[in-house]
Write a protein that binds this ligand. Structure first.
Ligand code: SF4
Length: 73
């Protein structure tokens, strides 16, 4: 799989989140360079648009994304 289309602007990939995890480079290698379709940030971007991706959302926070994307009602 190619690199994620968000590499240039993504706060996680560019170390612009307030707390970067210790294993950030490995996380980037897994998600950003290989499996971006499994990234929580990417999921929100595709579902809601890039402006609605929470700034502090990590690529592995799928439970948080599931709640965000859960149909209301
Ligand atoms: S895979 Fe996720 S964390 Fe990596 S650049 Fe894309 S949206 Fe950002």
């Amino acid at each position: 799989m190619p690199d994620c289309e968000r590499l240039a602007t993504c706060p996680f990939f560019n170390d612009r989140m307030s707390k970067m995890p210790a294993m950030a480079d490995l996380v980037k290698e897994h998600y950003c360079r290989q499996h971006f379709d499994q990234c929580a940030r990417y999921r929100v971007m595709k579902a809601l648009g890039p402006n609605l991706v929470p700034r502090d959302l990590y690529p592995s926070q799928h439970e948080r994304v599931d709640l965000m994307l859960k149909p209301k009602g």
